[in-house]
Ligand binder design. Structure first.
Ligand SMILES: Cc1cc2nc3c(=O)[nH]c(=O)nc-3n(C[C@H](O)[C@H](O)[C@H](O)COP(=O)(O)OP(=O)(O)OC[C@H]3O[C@@H](n4cnc5c(N)ncnc54)[C@H](O)[C@@H]3O)c2cc1C
Length: 460
């Protein structure tokens, strides 16, 4: 065994997977996981734990995997995380736990994410269930949104004996895990539904199809329904557009709508009648993880897909693994160019995208070199579908219907590191506070808010 390198993980062949929605990564089996676990140095001061926003005791769970005690490994992870099968699949480990792993200094970091995924999948296949609180404490908490921040906050509070109800606007719980991240990266029926069920097994109730701000408000929940505290984990689901000519043409989607139609409403399956354009030539605008997901989804629906991004490859914000997978599957990257107009045919459908070449100038406030247009370099890319993936912001519905809940200029709810907002007994966290970020940061925020709510209510 080469201790410098990760035990390779099995994946579907790129040519085969480009035509199906099955999971790309097949994960470790027990032998592979136990072999990879041997590479952990069990450091005295484990930097990986500091690198994890929910502080999973990583060396302790890996030690159990080393000895083949997978149930014990699951118990260690479950103390800190309610969604290990999700995080093992979608966390950016390279910039968190694995990014600071001592093994990574001379060789490759320990494959912490793939080990976490193996343990969580094993627990699911072997029907290992989370433990419920022994006694209820008589206090009621409402959680708005069933994404990773809401599920984590709800799960932690339920373990402490609170009576928790999650209110979710959509008909399925899970937030972005259910409606955004595609099936081929995060299977819904097995992984997402199971982890949501585990949160319910802790005693959490989930009411779907309830839009807070329309069906009822936070003030009504607290004043009329007697909730002692509220956690807002409503995410950042409002898409941005470029405001260029032609953006309202038929065949232009936000990435969120395109992905929701596929993931939540199963447009890719023949047994569902959700409409979606199965474009032949699709242009995805943007370079983040969401853009990669939209591009790889369109490819699987049978299109030739171009990703148009205004900076160079080095600045692509998507995870390296996602870009690598996208390239392997045949996505075409048009870098250093930006759309200036969407051209329509006589029926109002997208015909092509007019782009202009860019070059990199001085760094902007984010530290990245700013793209500058190259005069006279316009060109067209034929397209029948355009998917805008330019980022999202929080929907102002909740802040505009709640008295005393302050938001900042970006419409994000103002909250401190414990999730405390400007309104008494209302806490918030995840993308609703930070703007679009990551699953694990949202979970970290849900955890901090659960602690904040517990301290506030127990002192009440
Ligand atoms: C396509 C896509 C791919 C991504 N890939 C990754 C990845 O690989 N790795 C990673 O770490 N992160 C990824 N992210 C980001 C990550 O998913 C988010 O940062 C995370 O889900 C935020 O969690 P949250 O709980 O704050 O909000 P969300 O997951 O957005 O959940 C919010 C929930 O609140 C509900 N809601 C909103 N308003 C109301 C209301 N008024 N009343 C009731 N319910 C309401 C919404 O319907 C939603 O279900 C991705 C995001 C997208 C869109």
């Amino acid at each position: 065994m080469d201790m410098m390198k990760k035990v390779p993980v099995r994946e579907q062949d790129p040519k085969v997977r480009a035509t199906n929605f099955d999971e790309v990564c097949l994960g470790y089996n027990k032998e592979e996981a136990m072999e990879e676990a041997q590479r952990c140095l069990n450091c005295k001061n484990p930097r990986c734990v500091e690198g994890c926003p929910v502080s999973i005791n990583i060396p302790a769970f890996i030690e159990q995997v080393k000895d083949g005690n997978i149930e014990e490994a699951y118990k260690v992870i479950s103390k800190s995380s309610a969604l290990p099968a999700v995080c093992g699949r979608v966390c950016p480990q390279e910039s968190q736990c694995e990014g600071v792993c001592i093994r990574g200094i001379k060789g490759e970091a320990v494959s912490i994410g793939k080990l976490e995924r193996f343990v969580a999948d094993w627990a699911r296949e072997n029907n290992i269930e989370p433990e419920k609180a022994k006694e209820m404490n008589g206090k009621k908490v409402a959680v708005i949104g069933s994404g990773p921040s809401g599920l984590t906050c709800a799960g932690d509070l339920a373990k402490l004996g609170y009576d928790v109800t999650i209110f979710e606007a959509l008909h399925e719980p899970g937030g972005v895990l259910a409606y955004g991240i595609p099936e081929f990266r995060l299977p819904k029926d097995t992984v997402v539904k199971h982890e949501v069920e585990n949160v319910k097994k802790l005693g959490v109730k989930i009411e779907t199809n309830v839009v807070i701000g329309k069906s009822t408000t936070i003030d009504e929940l607290m004043e009329e329904e007697n909730f002692d505290a509220v956690f807002v984990g409503s995410g950042a689901g409002l898409p941005r557009f470029m405001n260029i000519p032609g953006e309202s043409a038929l065949g232009v989607f936000s990435a969120n709508e395109f992905l929701t139609r596929n993931n939540l409403m199963k447009a890719f399956r023949d047994d569902y009648d959700t409409p979606i354009t199965r474009g032949k030539k699709v242009v995805v605008v943007g370079g983040g993880n969401v853009a990669m997901d939209a591009a790889r989804t369109a490819l699987r629906l049978g299109a030739e897909v171009h990703v148009v991004y205004r900076r160079s490859e080095a600045e692509l914000p998507a995870r390296k693994e996602e870009v690598h997978h996208a390239k392997e599957e045949g996505i075409i990257f048009d870098l250093l160019c930006n759309p200036v107009e969407i051209l329509e045919d006589e029926k109002g459908w997208v015909k092509s995208v007019k782009c202009i070449r860019m070059e990199l100038g001085e760094p902007d406030e984010s530290g990245r070199r700013s793209p500058v247009e190259v005069a006279g370099s316009e060109f067209e890319i034929d397209a029948d579908t355009v998917i805008m993936s330019l980022g999202t912001s929080p929907n102002p519905l909740i802040s505009s219907t709640t008295k005393g809940l302050e938001v900042n200029k970006r419409k994000c709810i103002v909250a401190d590191e414990n999730g405390k907002t400007t309104k008494a007994y209302v806490y918030a966290g995840g993308d609703a506070v930070t703007g679009a970020a990551t699953v694990i940061l949202a979970m970290g925020a849900g955890k901090a808010a659960a602690k904040g709510i517990h301290e506030a209510l127990m002192g009440k």
